[in-house]
Ligand binder design. Structure first.
Ligand SMILES: C[S@@+](CC[C@H](N)C(=O)[O-])C[C@H]1O[C@@H](n2cnc3c(N)ncnc32)[C@H](O)[C@@H]1O
Length: 263
């Protein structure tokens, strides 16, 4: 599937892994304690962090006294974690773990990158123990930073050929997570929304987050000619005006956390 290839090629590129680890951390980190609360992670729990990337969720779980395992299909991403956490190279759709072998499965902003998100939820349901909790977060549709480059592309009338993929904001829509948890064999827990102001140091950092440290948006940018990329930079600068602060940029940001308990 073209989308699966696009995602794998992006995240396994060492340049993308480095840019993501360097640039997204500050933006994403404020939501992580609340994601761990939503997943009911406590000291002593064995926690699988799926699509761990540079490991902010696993590190925070370990700081709570949990035994965290970081799983990602990208070795460059896992390398950026270093040896602080046990690392497992594997695919969210085929978890290399035994049935009922962990207490919690968490995933921060992974689901919208999977070609078969329902399969990843079913795998999480398989590896969590009875009574254990699965919690997956996705961007909310009102995560303003995520809309800037797409809005700038639209306003310039630029389109890039893009493989068909599950909707980026699909799981943020009411009822979708609950139904997906049920289909995975889990008892849905109430979906949570986590909101905060995501900060970015300035325009160059923002541009590099998307131009070098993302998958779908990066592909849309790289498909453009150099001239169109330069026009896009100009339009993005204009669209960032409402988010400027004395320190850089600040964006109202939301993630939606779908949760389920294994019966
Ligand atoms: C947006 S990053 C999120 C990283 C991390 N959870 C965080 O909060 O910063 C998405 C991660 O998903 C990983 N990923 C994407 N598709 C995957 C798959 N099918 N199986 C395992 N990991 C995957 C990528 O390698 C990347 O590290």
């Amino acid at each position: 599937m073209a989308f699966a290839r696009l995602e794998r090629e992006a995240w396994t590129d060492p340049g993308v892994a480095t840019a993501y680890a360097e640039l997204w951390r500050e933006f994403v980190e404020p939501a992580i304690p609340r994601l761990l609360d939503a997943a009911q992670v406590a000291a002593g729990d064995r926690v699988l962090d799926v699509a761990a990337g540079p490991g902010p969720v696993g590190r925070a779980a370990a700081a709570r006294g949990a035994e965290a395992l970081a799983l990602d299909f990208s070795w460059p991403m896992l390398q950026s974690i270093g040896p602080a956490l046990p690392r497992i190279q594997g695919d969210a759709g085929h978890l290399p773990l035994r049935d009922a072998s962990v207490d919690r499965v968490v995933s921060n902003l992974g689901l919208l990158h999977f070609p078969e998100p329902q399969r990843a939820l079913a795998e999480a349901a398989r590896v969590v123990r009875p009574g254990g909790v699965v919690a997956f977060s996705v961007w909310g549709a009102d995560a303003t930073a995520l809309g800037v480059v797409p809005a700038a592309l639209t306003s310039l009338g630029l389109t890039s050929p893009y493989p068909s993929a599950p909707g980026f904001f699909l799981f943020g829509e009411p009822g979708v997570f609950e139904a997906a948890m049920r289909s995975a064999g889990l008892v849905p827990l109430p979906t949570e929304r986590i909101s905060w102001n995501g900060t970015v140091r300035g325009f160059e950092a923002f541009w590099r987050m998307f131009r070098s440290g993302s998958a779908r948006t990066r592909a849309s940018i790289l498909a453009l000619s150099e001239g169109d990329q330069s026009r896009l930079r100009g339009e993005v600068t204009r669209q960032l005006e409402p988010y400027r602060t004395v320190d850089g940029l600040s964006f109202p940001t939301t993630v939606v956390v779908g949760r389920g308990r294994r019966p």
